[in-house]
Ligand binder design. Structure first.
Ligand code: MCA
Ligand code: AMP
Length: 506
């Protein structure tokens, strides 16, 4: 079923992917810093506020310093830092200069960082942790590693904001069923059209103020929260992490109107005695993982907020959302966003999408691109879905093996390969255990050599230098052998609650 003719969240005629001819994010942002330089834009902490004009000046200076080191448009630059003003300024500076930003999770361990460095071959890296800097330099000592505050000499300002719409702007690393993580290359046009579509769909205006606790090294926080704020000429309170009391305080002190979170956030917020304070927001949005329908309903009962659930991917930024006006359905991700064409192919139906927001391809991976894109340009998301009569999409499963814990993707195969390097583990299978807080709790079934007694803690110690902590199994079950079919393929569906279930009768 093709929804290209179906309902969208805003009349398609209203949607202009170039946002009135801006063509790039930074030229769209420039309209705000030129027109309303005095307008508050970003709040980081007491006394640490930047107006649009100050952001323009700070990012111009940062771009000049980066250019002074020899970086030129098209060079890749790795950014890996906790949320702070320096990171935001540096990120904007990179885009203004035409550098290609490679956001990198601060939880990554040495092997994961080395992979991104070897694959993306950045010329420079901005990191907030000296240890991560050392890992990057040991992978390639020609990379210029600096902290995000850019302690570099000032330099003449080159021409800024001149990237063409199709020039690459960002490479987001994301895994697939097989192999190491791949870089999804997004153009300036992709990033701009995504936020233009959200501006229309979510009625995002300059009066909005977002509480942004999501990390800026993934698309949700960066490509939706930060980019969308600047595109709407709005403002955001950027927090360095998620903690309910700080969030409630920040909402009250800054008269915030928007909150974007993953289901784990909503699960934790509803546990708080202060959750009613969210009633004052204009809009709460959830995404990155399925929001349980009962959490949606309980949240409304406590706060009066009907959460808008939406669906997106690193490769596409945002695709589908529940409406602002009209029914917001618990358990459904809603209708295609302006500019997004969507269809379901096969049975069960795989969600395929096309539009100006869809990335240009995986970095240096022709085979992966050949598999991911259809001849007519549709991208295969690997997610399975169903559409109802009104065109609302429900995500019913995934064609690829993927677990999502607290909004972070975890690929069982990556964890299994790391566990496989343990000399005491003869075979293993990684699955998800349903969790109200995390969505999936990463769970390993291991077969160990009889002489080895390997504890869950021992496994975590072993994985510590190899995998980010959120990928570590929180539950470990010891079993005698993995269940396999006649062809020797592991039957993960028979692994349940620590046991191997009997094979179903044929
Ligand atoms: C932290 N820990 C986790 C996770 N996060 N374990 C499993 N899954 C996680 N997601 C572990 C830490 O390693 C630590 O373990 C312990 O939990 C506490 O760490 P802490 O940092 O204090 O945790 P937290 O701050 O409470 O983090 C929970 C969180 C965070 C705020 C929900 O995971 C988060 O920011 N998630 C959002 C991720 C996100 O932005 N996803 C968007 C991807 P130990 O105690 O053992 O040391 S982009 C995307 O998906 C697309 C585009 C889309 O649709 O949005
Ligand atoms: P990432 O690769 O981190 O960008 O994660 C993208 C994946 O997250 C999608 O392919 C979906 O499987 C999942 N996802 C995002 N939003 C939702 C949602 N609202 N409901 C279910 N899954 C989602």
């Amino acid at each position: 079923m093709d929804t290209s003719e179906n309902s969208h969240l805003a009349p398609t005629a209203e949607f202009d992917p170039s946002a009135g001819g801006a063509g790039s994010l930074t030229r769209s942002w420039a309209t705000h810093w030129n027109k309303t330089p005095e307008r508050p834009c970003l709040f980081f902490g007491p006394g640490e506020t930047l107006s649009y004009g100050e952001l323009e000046a700070a990012s111009r200076r940062a771009a000049s310093r980066l250019h002074g080191t020899g970086l030129v448009a098209g060079d890749r630059i790795l950014l890996s830092s906790a949320n702070c003003a320096h990171l935001v300024i540096a990120h904007i500076a990179c885009l203004r200069l035409g550098l290609v930003v490679v956001p990198t999770n601060t939880a990554y361990r040495e092997a994961e960082v080395r992979h991104v460095v070897a694959d993306a071959r950045p010329r420079a890296a901005l990191v907030d942790d000296p240890q991560r800097g050392l890992w990057i330099q040991s992978a390639n000592d020609r990379i210029h590693v600096v902290s995000p505050d850019l302690p570099l000499p000032d330099a003449p300002t080159p021409e800024l904001d001149i990237a063409a719409p199709n020039d690459p702007a960002l490479i987001g690393y994301t895994s697939g069923t097989t192999g190491r993580p791949k870089g999804a290359v997004l153009s300036h046009q992709n990033l701009l059209s995504s936020v233009e579509s959200l501006r229309l769909a979510w009625r995002w205006t300059s009066d909005d103020r977002l509480i942004l606790t999501l990390p800026l090294f993934h698309m949700h926080g960066l490509g939706v929260g930060l980019h969308g704020t600047l595109h709407a000429g709005a403002s955001a309170v950027v927090l360095s992490g998620f903690e309910p009391d700080s969030l409630f305080d920040a909402i009250a002190e800054n008269e915030a109107t928007l909150f974007f979170g993953v289901p784990t956030h909503y699960h934790r917020l509803i546990e708080s005695t202060r959750v009613e304070e969210l009633a004052r927001l204009r809009l709460c949005v959830s995404g990155s993982a399925p929001l349980p329908a009962d959490l949606h309903t309980r949240f409304e009962a406590r706060t009066g907020q009907r959460i808008v659930e939406r669906y997106g991917m690193t490769e596409t930024v945002m695709l589908v959302s529940n409406p602002i006006e009209g029914e917001r359905r618990p358990g459904s991700v809603g209708l295609p966003l302006p500019g997004v064409e969507m269809r379901l192919v096969g049975d069960p139906g795989e969600i395929e999408v096309r539009g100006p927001n869809v990335f240009t391809g995986y970095w240096e991976r022709p085979e992966a691109n050949a598999e991911a894109f259809r001849a007519d340009g549709f991208f295969r998301t690997g997610d399975l879905g169903e559409l109802d009569d009104a065109g609302y999409l429900t995500i019913t499963g995934r064609a690829r093996e993927l677990l999502i814990s607290g909004g972070y993707n975890v690929y069982p195969r990556e964890v299994e390969e790391a566990l496989g390097e343990h000399s005491g583990i003869t075979e293993c299978a990684v699955v998800g255990t349903p969790s109200r807080e995390w969505g999936d709790t990463i769970t390993a079934y291991v077969v160990t050599r009889p002489e080895d007694s390997i504890t869950a803690e021992g496994i975590r110690d072993f994985l510590a230098p190899r995998l980010a902590p959120y990928k570590h199994p929180r539950i470990v079950h010891h079993i005698q052998a993995l269940p396999r079919n006649a062809l020797g393929k592991v039957q993960k569906h028979r692994l349940d609650d620590g046991r191997v279930l009997d094979e179903e009768p044929a």
